[in-house]
Design a protein around this ligand. Sequence first.
Ligand code: ADP
Length: 783
Amino acid sequence: MDSRVKAYQILPRILRLSLCVMVCIFIVASLSGEARARTAAHVLVLHSYHYGYTWTDSLTEGIYSTFADKAPLDNIVVEYMNTKRHPTELIFPHLRVLYADIYRNTHFDLIITTDDNALEFILRYRDELFPKTPVVFCGINNLDNARLRKSKNITGVAEKIEIESTLNLIKQLQPDVTTVAVIAGMSESGRINLKLFREAIQHVDELSALDLSELPVDEIQAQLNKLDSTSVVLNLGLSRSTDGHIFTVDQGINLITQATNRPIYTAWDFAMKPGVVGGNLVSGKHQGAAAANLAIMILNGESADHIPFQESPNANIFDYIELQRYNIPLNRLPSSYILLNAPTPFFTIDRSTGIILIIVSLCIIAVSLLLHYNIKTRRIAAQAMSSTEERFKQLADAAWEAIIIQDEGIIHQVNNQFYPMFGYSLAESKKIDSVEMLIAPESRREFRRHLREDDTTPFDVLAMRKEGSTFPVEMRIKQMDFHGIKAGVLVVRDITERKLIEVKLAEINKTLENLVFERTKTLDQKASELEIANRKLLELDELKSSFMSTVSHDIRTPLTSIIGFTKLISKEFKSSFVGLVEEDSRLAKKRDRIITNLAIIEEEGERLKRLINDFLDLTRIESGSAEWHDQKIDIARLIQQATAVVSGLMPKGAAARIHMEIHEDLPVLHADPDRIMQVLTNLLGNAAKFTPPDKSIIIDVSTHNNAVEIRVTDEGPGIPAKDLVNIFDKFYQVGRGETTPETPKGTGLGLAICKQIIEHYKGHIHAESVLGKGSTFTFSLPV
Ligand code: ADP
């Protein structure tokens, strides 16, 4: 597992780094190559002097090595004009003919001339011999040549000795030196150089000149021999002495070195012979290289006219052996220099190879550092992870569920719950080929779908134990990063018990549903039975009502006769028979009993009549057959009338006084005035009935919430709370003993009728009472 993880993580990094290294090498290689000229280009190198002349050879070396490094060419033709040996005026015509002949059929892409004579030749004959061919010159002292300045398609490199730089170098390397013995020879160039020296030394402090140029050989040697430790020699080319001796470069140098043991400095690299320390030198090799660089630019498409003339590419060149000989420490050398004869290092490499090696080394170091960092980070992470993992394992082991970590079907880790749930031992669990082995075959398709979908919603599947038995599980799959790989974490809960309970619940549910169905059926039956019974009852009620109505009506007629005849008998008996029995006390007693009995008959007859009337009235209202003659009502007036009626009905001598409290601006009601009068007289009548003669009754009217509210308050005995709730029921009468034993007999229908009337007009009626203090009956009628 771990080795897989490492390979996953480290290999891509190494590949990325290797790629970077290769890209770097490629870039460096490309850069070091710079622009490359066409290999097919044809270049003529025209030297002023001859092969074997040190200066010319060093120029050739610079040209060749630069082409070889940067733009290897197949076709470089070199011509030596030999003008050291033959005067130009003599040789130029021959060369003109020769070149015209031999290069008649040759086209050169570019010509490099070295030194003045070759350039002069080309300036004269280019148009004739090599028309339109670009020219690069080098080794030219005088760039102000007017003809050169005017020429087209020409550029090149100047050659100029830097005597002042060399004098400064002398001061830098040998601070004790105060005298510079200069030898410039008697040639034309020697005189020019000497003039340059005299100008230059003016600018260098603490150095004085000792001119040995215009002397015979012996004198030169003698003077050199006498030089002390504060002097050095500057050799500007001992080509001829005043006594007529002519010297080659080497001969001149030999003469000087043999005459003195003081350090010798010079101005040209070809003069760097044994015994010469060095200086800021004109370098044939550098001249050649600079010319070749310009040539490459032109061959690559640059116009020669766009390339300005280059400064003399001089270099600080020193001889290591001579520096050692004169105890000149290397740390006095200038920042850039070339050291000849230096001890050979163990091995040498060229510049571009060196750069590549440095970059490769840097890359390797970077890769090593990265690997080191990576290993360190991983070690720390591994330590952290192992403790995290340990904690995670403890947590996982504490879970009820089995937890399985798998990657592409391969199980990596399980918690302790896994083993008892699936019946595997630790060793056996390591041999499980695929996590699908834990799923019953019929559930595998479903399992795979959830594994693919990266959905964390729980789902139910059938799991399979080692021995093949299956059991229901609830599973949840979460994809997570596990040691750098994307693994699926399966959380598995055994839901066997839940499934059993679900089955039981389903059974109970079914039973309940059946029961409810049965009950509903019974209830429906009962409801239809009740409906039938209700219909029957309604029919019976109607029958009863019509029967009662008929019976009441039939009773009322004879009752009227009974009451009428009772009154008549009572009247006649009193007028005809009462006086006849005055003397006979026995008859007188009987007379009195007859009168009393007749009064009872009349009274009960009246009560029966009232009862029947009330009953018929109530029946009519309840059945909806009552007639209602609604009209505008002045409620104040109606109350006054009702009060008058009730006062008239009061027994004589009763001192009950009815007080009216009627608010002004009462709204007009729309109702049957007789019915409202019936309510008022009933309430006032009851109040009058139960109010002792010395107490008063108050009726007040007010308006509340779009309704007229009428309250009748008395100071009677009051009504017990238990009766108050039923007081508006039909035939309900409060027990006589509990209120006032003397109250007149009633029917128990008055309040029931009142309630029916008020509710007919969508009003309310209710009673409040305090036992022993009195009662208040309140009804309201919407406006
Ligand atoms: P009744 O014809 O018997 O008066 P009601 O329906 O008018 O029938 O009254 C029912 C009963 O309510 C009466 O029997 C009486 O006992 C009681 N009752 C009604 N008004 C009062 C009142 N103001 N004070 C005391 N009891 C009353």
